[in-house]
Ligand binder design. Structure first.
Ligand code: GRF
Length: 211
């Protein structure tokens, strides 16, 4: 069996998607990769507590501690290379990474977005806003997307998507919870396992799942 890929999970908040990855690894559903480190962009976020509880190393590389994005990304890269990281998972990571940073991990950075891309995505579509906009628009179906990260916000090739029908009269807060439970927390571990197992092949923008 080939060696497990070393995964870094980048977070900025509560970390329920991180928890889904931790649980998947524990349950034997994520077997081709192991969570080697959790990196937070701000101190004190709950995701770091989740990492500690799971016995996973958690560190903080704070954007505010650096005067430029370039210096911040240099620090991030050095933490990643010190730990020989193969795959990066953005799980509620609130910063946009530069094109040159992304090029250091070609097709090895994935993000989870709480909508069916290309709807309700791009700049300004984060957190609760995504769900508020979906409800305002009146769509009947939303969902989640796991995609490769490229230089365009939410613009990389799509790996997996799952639809969630929107119950009538639901609030944005409850819709956010529903999409997490029914889609994000299921899709993200699946996509990470496929990537770590080398089962994703690119055909232009299309991502094919191979056996
Ligand atoms: C999720 O909805 C994710 O799709 C988005 O940010 C949220 C993070 O939630 N990118 P959590 O920190 O994983 O609980």
């Amino acid at each position: 069996m080939s060696e497990k890929k070393r995964i870094a999970v980048l977070v900025s908040g509560g970390g329920t998607n991180l928890q889904a990855l931790i649980d998947a690894e524990k349950a034997g559903k994520l077997t081709s990769g192991e969570i080697a480190v959790v990196i937070a962009s701000k101190p004190g976020v709950f995701a770091l507590e989740r990492a500690a509880k799971a016995g996973v190393e958690g560190i903080c590389v704070e954007r505010k501690a650096f005067s430029s994005k370039e210096d911040f990304e240099k620090a991030l890269l050095s933490e990643l290379s010190a730990r020989k990281i193969d795959v990066l998972v953005l799980a509620g990571f609130m910063l946009v990474l530069s094109e040159s940073f992304i090029k250091s991990f070609p097709d090895r950075i994935v993000n989870v977005h709480p909508a069916l891309i290309p709807s309700f995505c791009g700049d300004g579509f984060y957190g609760l806003h995504v769900h508020e906009r979906a409800l305002e628009y009146g769509v009947k179906v939303t969902g989640a997307t796991v995609h490769f990260v490229n230089e365009i916000t939410d613009g990389g090739a799509i790996i997996l998507q799952k639809a969630v029908p929107i119950p009538e009269g639901i609030s944005a807060e409850n819709l956010q919870q529903l999409v997490m439970k029914e889609a994000e927390h299921i899709l993200l571990p699946q996509a990470v396992e496929l990537l770590c197992a080398g089962k994703l092949k690119r055909d232009g923008r299309r991502v094919l799942i191979t056996e």
